[in-house]
Design a protein around this ligand. Structure first.
Ligand SMILES: O=P(O)(O)OC[C@H]1O[C@H](O[C@H]2O[C@H](CO)[C@@H](O)[C@H](O)[C@H]2O)[C@H](O)[C@@H](O)[C@@H]1O
Ligand SMILES: O=c1ccn([C@@H]2O[C@H](COP(=O)(O)OP(=O)(O)O)[C@@H](O)[C@H]2O)c(=O)[nH]1
Length: 741
């Protein structure tokens, strides 16, 4: 791999600010029986999800064209720039069918099938990952964002970072990440984790996957993890923050709704029903023919229902689309044989001359036909034994624009975290699955509509544009923030308000009060005081102010009521009880350092008009907000160099137009940890705007809520546009908390 020092020429043909890398391109190269060559949509949910994202972005998509031993020049297809990566026949066998789909796939899906471990497959995996990384490097401009996808390419993030430290690197895992007891089987477990940790943000479908990943990192490397943050040391020992958290993928909901409303698609749905003899109930399964999808369990349950007479072949039919997948992998061949044997038996046993038990279709269908099938089906069966997300479930819901139909959904599919109003099942429990199918078949129209409305709202609120925006916002900190509370944030507050004991921790400057030139003149508007008052009147809810200011200054500007807990000087000072004195008892050495620090900063600031020093109990801040950006930057750099030379080891913090030095190490993160302990809170909300608030976001845990005010890279899951939006957030929480009690 080329190192950055000799990689300058690589930047020359780099043309893209945004590069997506996945094993598959959205199209496969095909030659039909007559020898006609062309491009056909490639299978699977990854392509369905990424296609609309790429159509919006002016980026390049690096991937394989689905055929061995063919090289293609980069080309444009349907408005997307594609950069094909070639694979030899041996590589398809060892990297794609072998290591990706016969080692990692079964291992990551909880060993439903036994994984095979072969050293030659691993060698091919490393080689091919390097080729993908090199193609991405060629395509990416300096400082570009490169977003790598899925288990086939887990080594690419590290390869990119080593060759091109300028890049912003993201990774998204579309499939589950298993518990360490299973993951640890992998002979190359260290290398794979290390490969992934090359990314800045690692996205997962479910929080459970992110948790499994963080635990594996702790077990294998011993790196510290806090909430969604992993501290990864680089070669010089400096810590790099890697975020690992859930970003549930979705679909282009509006396009499914639009298709479902088209007269020709509705007509096609009617034809499908008619061709099946207009039975009372059409049940539908749509899956790649994969052992993770639980097709066998579904057929078994359906067969038993027919045998027991709980379903009649005159009334019901199961349409099973099993689209061809990975057909040269032995486990998939065996699965096809088993499924087709089962379908043959069931049809032999239960079909009559006029009524078929199962319509089995071993084909892939285009989007329009899929929507017609969704519209034709009264009941959708998604019974996966393990599935990263399962987009089919979301597509069914989005297509039911008349708010009818019923979805039976496995709790082992990622989609079940969001689609709570489906009939949820454990597909291993065949009796439970049978009951769920019967419940769905007989579900009253009113009940169908109640559930479907809630399900549809969910897929509309979190569509694929939302998914990519929220991921990329975490990765790059860019994006437009609309004023007010987003629907997602409102929904999360409602959920948060239901937790047992709450802590609401708020930064002051830039969050409750707008930034002003004179720090002592900063004030929060009346609306903030009112909202805090309402929160303080709520049951089991504590409010804390967490500021970089000294406590004295914080009390002066914020004028908080006595019940508000206070943390000042970035966690150095804590006031947990209104009457308790706060002392920080500097050691003699610390006091001497502080005195010298004030001298040094004073010496720098005094001659510069507009610059001033704010003394703090355990440090001092040099403010440059009245200077031009250039002058401010120069003064801050000089201060940093001077202090580091004379007082090495002090904590240094950059903020908005301020640089701060402290003789005692503490952070807003430490403050939040102490406050959580002190209040016994079961969930914490933290709201902040500055870089120093990132320490607090970093210690948030599952179930907590982080809200960043304004733009910029952040670990927070949610955003508000400005301090003007904060009172509405606090009011909403107070209201939801009140409604609960
Ligand atoms: O490329 P193939 O080997 O033919 O397989 C198709 C894709 O299958 C997997 O899809 C996953 O991504 C979906 C979207 O996030 C998700 O809903 C599903 O649960 C996953 O299984 C695989 O992860 C992709 O890489 C494949 O392209
Ligand atoms: O005949 C078919 C079968 C499936 N799909 C699409 O393939 C994707 C399957 O994604 P899912 O997440 O359900 O599972 P995956 O195959 O990725 O494991 C969905 O968008 C389906 O609409 C399709 O277009 N035609």
């Amino acid at each position: 791999m080329t190192k950055p020092s000799d990689a300058e020429d690589l930047y020359l043909d780099a043309a893209f600010d945004f590069v997506v890398v996945s094993n598959r391109l959205p199209v496969d190269y095909v030659v039909d029986a007559e020898g006609t060559q062309g491009w056909r949509s490639s299978p699977g949910g990854l392509v369905t999800a990424l296609e609309p994202v790429m159509r919006e972005a002016d980026g390049a998509w690096v991937g394989w064209a689905g055929v061995a031993d063919r090289e293609f020049e980069p080309f444009e297809h349907d408005g997307i720039s594609l950069v094909p990566v070639p694979l030899s026949a041996a590589e398809v066998e060892e990297y794609y069918e072998g290591f990706s789909n016969d080692t990692l796939w079964p291992l990551y899906h909880d060993v439903i099938a036994p994984p095979s471990y072969h050293r030659e497959w691993w060698d091919a995996y490393v080689r091919v990952n390097r080729r993908f990384a090199e193609a991405a490097i060629r395509a990416a401009k300096r400082d570009a964002v490169v977003w790598v996808h899925d288990y086939q390419l887990q080594l690419v993030p590290r390869m990119l970072r080593e060759a091109r430290p300028d890049l912003v690197i993201g990774f998204f895992d579309h499939i589950p990440f298993p518990a360490y007891g299973i993951y640890s089987q992998l002979p190359w477990r260290r290398q794979v984790l290390d490969g992934l940790l090359g990314a800045d943000v690692i996205g997962f479908q479910r929080q459970a996957d992110a948790g499994n990943f963080a635990r594996a990192v702790r077990r294998v490397f011993g790196y510290a993890t806090r909430g969604s943050v992993i501290d990864v040391p680089d070669e010089s020992g400096e810590l790099r923050r890697v975020v690992a958290r859930r970003f549930p993928i979705s679909i282009d909901t509006a396009s499914f709704e639009e298709l479902a409303a088209r007269p020709e698609v509705r007509e096609r749905a009617r034809q499908i029903r008619e061709s099946l003899g207009n039975p009372k109930t059409i049940m539908l399964g749509v899956d790649r023919l994969d052992y993770t999808k639980g097709i066998r369990h579904r057929l078994k349950a359906y067969g038993e229902l027919l045998r027991e007479g709980r379903l009649e072949v005159e009334d019901a039919i199961l349409v099973q689309v099993a689209s061809p997948s990975r057909e040269r992998v032995e486990t998939y061949r065996q699965l096809r044989d088993e499924i087709e044997l089962m379908v043959g038996r069931l049809n032999g046993d239960y079909s009559t001359l006029g009524h078929q038990a199962i319509a089995y279709l071993h084909h892939g269908y285009p989007r329009e036909e899929m929507v017609a099938l969704y519209l034709a089906a009264d009941v959708m069966l998604v019974t996966a034994l393990r599935d990263g997300m399962n987009l089919v479930a979301k597509e069914y819901v989005a297509s039911r624009i008349d708010d009818d139909g019923a979805l039976v959904l496995s709790e082992f599919a990622g989609a079940s975290d969001e689609l709570r109003q489906a009939v949820l099942v454990n597909p291993h429990d065949i009796e439970g699955l049978k009951d769920a199918i019967v419940e769905a078949v007989h579900m009253p129209r009113k009940e169908q509509s109640r559930r479907m409305r809630a399900l549809r709202r969910r897929v509309r609120d979190n569509d694929v544009a939302n998914w990519s925006a929220s991921y990329l916002e975490t990765l790059t900190g860019s994006g437009t923030i609309r004023p007010g509370l987003s629907e997602q944030l409102s929904a999360v507050i409602d959920r948060f308000a239901g937790e047992e004991r709450l802590l609401v921790a708020l930064d002051f400057d830039g969050t409750l009060a707008p930034h002003v030139d004179d720090p002592e003149a900063a004030r929060a508007p009346k609306a903030v005081h009112r909202a805090i008052g309402r929160l303080l009147a709520s049951d089991d809810l504590r409010v804390a102010l967490v500021s970089g200011r000294s406590l004295e200054s914080l009390r002066h500007v914020a004028r908080p009521p006595g019940e508000v807990l206070l943390s000042g000087s970035h966690g150095v000072e804590l006031q947990l009880d209104a009457d308790a004195p706060v002392t920080i008892d500097l050691l003699d050495g610390e006091a001497a350092e502080l005195a010298r620090l004030l001298e040094l900063l004073g010496g720098l600031a005094d001659p510069v008009e507009g610059a001033f020093v704010e003394p703090k109990p355990a440090g001092a801040a040099l403010h440059t907000r009245l200077l031009s950006a250039g002058e401010g930057a120069v003064l801050q750099r000089t201060a940093r160099e001077l202090v580091e030379a004379e007082l090495p080891g002090l904590t240094v913090r950059g903020g908005k137009n301020v640089i701060e030095f402290a003789v005692r190490t503490a952070s807003k993160g430490d403050a939040v940890v102490r406050l959580r302990q002190h209040t016994g809170a079961s969930a914490v909300m933290y709201v902040g705007d500055d870089v120093t608030d990132e320490d607090a976001f970093a210690v948030l845990e599952d179930g907590d809520v982080g809200v960043k005010v304004g733009q910029g890279k952040s670990l927070a899951g949610f955003r508000l546009r400005s301090p003007d939006d904060v009172p509405a957030l606090l009011e909403r929480l107070a209201e939801a908390r009140g409604a609960r009690s």
